[in-house]
Design a protein around this ligand. Sequence first.
Ligand SMILES: Nc1ncnc2c1ncn2[C@@H]1O[C@H](COP(=O)(O)OP(=O)(O)O)[C@@H](O)[C@H]1O
Ligand SMILES: O=C(CO)[C@@H](O)[C@H](O)COP(=O)(O)O
Length: 471
Amino acid sequence: MTLVAGVDSSTQSCKVVIRDAETGELVRQGRAPHPTGTEVHPSHWWTALLQAIEEAGGLDGVAAISVGGQQHGMVCLDESGEVVREALLWNDTRSAQAATDLITEQGGPQAWADAVGSVPVASFTVTKLRWLAENEPANVACTAAVCLPHDWLTWRLLGALESGPFSVAAWADAPTPPLDRLVTDRGDASGTGYWSPASGSYRTDLLKAALGTVPLLPRVLGPVEPANDGPILVGPGTGDNMAAALGVGARSGDVVVSLGTSGTVFAVAETPSADPAGLVAGFADATGRFLPLVCTLNAARVMDAAARIAGVGLDELSALALQAPPGADGLTLVPYLEGERTPNRPTATGSVHGLTLATSTPAHLARAAIEGMLCGLADALDALSMQAERVLLIGGAARSEAVRRIAPTVFGLPISVPPPAEYVADGAAYQAATLVTTSPDWRSGDAETYTGDPLPSLRARYHRATTHILD
Ligand SMILES: Nc1ncnc2c1ncn2[C@@H]1O[C@H](COP(=O)(O)OP(=O)(O)O)[C@@H](O)[C@H]1O
Ligand SMILES: O=C(CO)[C@@H](O)[C@H](O)COP(=O)(O)O
C-alpha cells in the first residue's frame, strides 16, 4: 500500500492524516496544539508538526506529503534562513490603517481588484509588510525573504527530509535549505496581495510599494509539481481553504461554509473574480482554477466564548442552544469578538441586544451566539452571489449539533454536512496522492442533509444590531 500524508497547520492546531494514496482510506492520524495569539513564532508550528507526525505513527511507508496552512501569515527570514520576528497571522488587525493607506495610494479598491483580484484588508500579507516598514525598519533591513506559513513548513520539511528519516529529536533542529528553495502554490500566493491569480505572476511593484524593497519570494509551483525528488516527495501544498476545497471534493455548484477559527464561504470557479467592494477575495485554488472566498474573523471561537460565559462545555452549549426557540426570543449577539474582516470593522467589538428578564438565560445566550455567528456567514454567502446547488458545512464548529440544526434556519437553505473529518489535511493528502498515483479514487461518506424553516426576521434584527456596535 502506498501511503501519503496531509498536514493542516491551521490557526489553533496542526493535524496530520496518513491515507492510502489509491483509495484515500484513513490509516492513521495525529494532532498537536498551536499557541494562542495573533503573533506566533513559526518554530511553534514546526514543533507541533513534529508532534502531530509522531502521534500519527511517523512517516514510514509515506511516499509523498503536502502541507495546507493558515493563509496570509507574514513570515520574514534573514539571509541565513533565521526567522526575523514572530509571524503576524491572518487574524492580526494591527495593519488595518496600512490597508487603508495602500488602497488610497494605488488608486482605490478597483485598482487592487484589477491587479490582484482582492482589495486588501488587515489580513493580507501585503498590509502586514507595510506595517513592518512603518514600525520595524530594522527588521525590514534584515529580511531577505518573505513567505507564508505553509511555504515555511514545506521548506523546513525539505531540509529535514534531506537530513535523514523522521524522528522528533532528529528533525527538531534539522538544517534548513537555501532560501531559493522556498516554494509556494497559486492558492496561497493569491492571499498575499502581491500575486495575481488572473496573470499567474507576482506583482513585485505592489510589494515594493508596501515594503520599500523586494525580498526573495517563493517560487510558485504548479498544482502537481513536487518541490523535491525524494526520498519522500513534498507537494506544493496550499492555503487551508484551498486544501479544504480539495478535501471535501467541492464541485461546480457547491458552496463550502467552513467554521474554524475563521468563518469562510467559498466556491470553486473557472474564471478569476475581482470584487471592488472588497467583500469577496478573488483567490486561486489548488488545481489551476479559482476560489472566490468571503472570510469572517469570528466563527468557532464565538462558541468557545459563549461556553466560557455560560460556564459549560461545547456539547452542553449545543444542548442549551436547542432549548431556546429560533430567534432566541429577540436576543441578538453580534459576534465581532476579534474585530471583523467582512464587513471590514477591524476595531469593532461584540455586542448583545434584546436583553430582557425572559431572555437572560444561558439557553438564550447559547442560541444567540450560534445564530449571530451564522448570520455573519449568511451575509458572506450573499456576498458571494452564487446560486448554490449545495451548501456544505465543515470545520470544527460543524461538529456541534446545534450549529447543524440552526444553520438551515439562518441561511434559509438546506445544509449538507459531510462526515466529520479533517478536510484541510485530507485535501493536502489528496494533493500528495496526485504526485504518486495517476488517478487517486477517493470517496468520502455521504453528507447528511439538514433542513429547517427560514426565519428572515432573525437576520433583519441582526442587521439592525450591527449598526449599533462599539469600536
Ligand atoms: N463539538 C464542537 N462544538 C463546537 N465547536 C467545536 C466542537 N468541536 C470543535 N469545536 C471548535 O472548533 C475549533 C477548531 O476548529 P478547526 O476547524 O480545527 O479550527 P482551525 O482550522 O482554525 O484551527 C475550536 O474553536 C473548537 O472549540
Ligand atoms: O484568512 C483566512 C482566509 O482568507 C482564514 O481562513 C485563514 O486561512 C485561517 O483559517 P482557519 O485557521 O480558521 O482554518
